[in-house]
Write a protein that binds this ligand. Structure first.
Ligand SMILES: [Zn+2]
Length: 477
């Protein structure tokens, strides 16, 4: 066994050892690695390509709905952050500062933990009249949150990448519509591209974004029973437009403060993708986000090498409308199979001398391992069909898991049991902060969301009074 073989052959941990499995897989599949700077990660080309695919889809969607991209500074003056008290208080504990000393004294700049304040300073100068509205901007950038908790690649790092949308509107109704429309767009991204089903709803006031009127969230359930917040949108009301003095002259010649939203998702989504679909052999990527959709592995001896490579290249050409790669490196086919399984490439095509004689190829699915021999003349159609089917089956499988892992809890004992069994609980809540706090004290789980469409029935699981809301409770990432 060569050294190279030992290094890349398989995972040491099963998905049952969830946390170790995740860490090993992210690195072995070539998505990311720990940086020489504590709390930071290096996103490698294969992982970055997935981020680029997510970006491309979402960028196209927001531009089609009138949004534009812009870029604002990484450094945010402390006096900006302080203008909205709750916002400042919320982010203060994890802000990293740059201090500049001048003759006038010291000035502190935050490395952006989020960009509301610096962007809204510009908005206060850019917005004059109702004619300037709505203002619909988005920024793709990095974010710094100087946390002291343990680093987990893609899930918890001090620096990560995200998009943040910031919009300003003439009415509250319009801002609300925007916040909900973007949430729907996020849901579409997650379900149609990442094949990850999510629950949609509102955050409790305790879990709300610091400075928001209302926060909407999409939550996915990971195989270890913890919920992962996949994206949030915030109706900011006039909480920022007042301190930042963002006013517009309305149609009736009166000056009014704008109504705002902000919204974001981050490179965390890649972590979710790994956790939800991956298995004991490695990643399993949904075809719509996979940097490589098909890998062709030629099977040859020294004698047949030239002929097989020629045919394999021909196949590659025929399939060029897909993201296809021909692996002609001088490793054994078995070694290559393992490597591409680790990387989660949805389809593998094997072609050897026998297949060439019969004008066929062997098609192998990554998600279920099913092998099929296909006539070369029908290959393109079959590949297209299989990729669609993989995309659908991944979502179906994940949906089944989500449904099967959600249980009803009637009281705290029931909730504790559910959480200990790595489930998410659906239950009733009276709406009081005390009851919300005792859920967390007793179970270390939190209310992840109040779903949009479910009507409450029964009692609050803590105090037993009439339930005001249905809530979903789980431990969180
Ligand atoms: Zn209660």
């Amino acid at each position: 066994m060569s050294r190279k073989k030992e290094e890349t052959q398989g995972l040491k941990h099963n998905k049952k050892d969830f946390s170790e499995w995740y860490n090993e897989l992210v690195q072995k599949a070539g998505l990311a690695e720990y940086a020489p700077v504590a709390g930071c990660m290096v996103i490698k080309p294969y992982g970055y390509a997935m981020w680029e695919n997510i970006q491309a889809w979402f960028d196209m969607k927001i531009k089609a709905t009138g949004h534009k991209n812009a870029y604002f500074p990484l450094f945010i003056p402390e006096r900006f952050l302080k203008k909205e008290a709750k916002h400042f208080e919320g982010f203060m504990p994890e802000v990293a500062w740059v201090v500049e000393e001048t003759e006038k004294g010291k000035e502190r700049f935050a490395l952006r933990p989020t960009s509301e304040t610096i962007i809204y300073d510009s908005y206060s100068r850019w917005i004059r009249s109702w004619r300037d509205l709505p203002l619909l901007l988005n920024q793709w950038c990095n974010i710094v949150r100087w946390e002291q908790t343990a680093t987990r690649l893609f899930l918890r790092t001090r620096e990560f990448l995200w998009q943040e949308g910031h919009t300003a509107h003439t009415t509250e109704k319009e801002a609300e519509k925007e916040a909900r429309m973007i949430l729907d767009m996020y849901k579409e991204l997650l379900e149609t591209q990442l094949a990850i089903p999510v629950l949609a709803g509102e955050k409790t006031s305790k879990e709300r974004f610091a400075g928001a009127l209302r926060t909407y969230t999409l939550e996915a359930l990971m195989p270890d029973g913890r919920a992962l917040q996949m994206g949030t949108t915030h109706n900011l009301g006039q909480n920022f437009s007042k301190p930042f003095n963002i006013k517009f002259l309305d149609r009736d010649e009166k000056n009014r403060y704008v109504w705002q939203t902000s919204w974001g998702f981050s490179t965390r989504l890649i972590g979710a993708l790994v956790m939800v679909h991956g298995d004991d052999k490695g990643l399993v990527l949904p075809p719509k986000l996979a940097p490589i959709q098909i890998v062709i592995i030629p099977i040859f001896t020294n004698k047949t090498r030239k002929q097989v490579l020629k045919e394999a290249l021909k196949l590659k050409k025929e399939l060029e409308k897909f993201l296809v790669e021909l692996d002609d490196r001088k490793y054994t086919p078995g070694w290559k199979f393992n490597e591409w399984e680790m990387k989660g490439v949805p389809l593998r095509i094997e072609i050897g001398p026998k297949d060439i004689k019969k004008k066929q190829a062997v098609l192998v699915r990554r998600d279920n391992g099913i092998k099929k021999t296909i006539k070369q003349s029908k290959l393109e159609r079959e590949v297209s069909k299989q990729l669609d089917d993989i995309q659908k089956s991944l979502l179906t499988k994940a949906k089944k898991f989500l449904t099967g892992s959600t249980v009803d809890a009637k009281n705290l004992a029931g909730l504790e049991k559910a959480i200990n069994n790595k489930k998410m609980a659906r239950t009733g809540w009276c709406g009081s902060q005390e009851c919300e706090d005792s859920i967390q004290d007793k179970t270390a789980a939190t209310i992840r969301l109040i779903p949009f469409k479910e009507k409450p029935k029964g009692k609050c699981m803590v105090c037993g009074s009439r339930a005001k809301h249905v809530v979903y409770v789980a431990k969180q990432y």
